[in-house]
Design a protein around this ligand. Sequence first.
Ligand code: KIV
Length: 272
Amino acid sequence: MSTAKKEVKRITTHTLQAMKENGEKISMLTAYDYSTAKILDEANIDVLLVGDSASNVMAGHETTLPITLDQMIYHASSVIRGIKRCLVVVDLPFGSYQGNSRKALASAIRIMKESGAHTVKMEGGAEISDSISRILSAGIPVMGHLGLTPQSIYKFGTYTVRAKEEAEAKKLIEDALCLEKLGCYAIVLEKIPAKLAKKVAETVKIPVIGIGAGQYVDGQVLVTHDLLGITKDFNPRFLRRYLDLFSEIKGAVEQYIIDVKTSDFPSDKEQY
Ligand code: KIV
């Protein structure tokens, strides 16, 4: 019997670049825990994002602002234990990198050291270039995030589509070029017009991954809880739901309660 283990070809930032160059779309989803990460990795997802959306879907906060660096590290280390193949990127949470590049580097190093994650993601363009440069110079790959950047929700005021006006669209393209020049390996574009996202994806050489940014980009990301229908009150136009897990789980639990109350569970076969 052969003792050779089957080699798993891991996804790296270089794989993503090659995928863009070969016209192969990149699939990305969020994960915050071991069990979900294991399922998504076995399904062959390319990238898992330990997003600060954990603040909303795991902790029930209204915004992404409250989640802490320690909490992101906890989620990221759980995800890392569940995967064998995909690239894992972790959001630097609000307050851990803005306005202070030393603090930004310290935050990124904590994520990499304490969770074992592969890369970090940061929201913003030219205004955070010092922090991005410092992190990149330590050898930590950085994914950018432009368009609707939820950590700035109190500046925007709403979660509506960004960069519909020419001035904001122009700034977004400049920011994308700035992120590419700094050395980011990819950019997430959130909730912007498809035409603008197409222009960005054609302008920069690095992969552009969209959420609510249309079909002309190099890949797509969704929040897994939205795709699976665990969340049910969030229904933006860009979301495609593949399951209604909220109803499925609720139905299963209702049946379990009936089975317990009627002494149907456990049966003879389900006891020692
Ligand atoms: O935190 C998150 O889930 C994200 C995605 C929406 C891209 O940043």
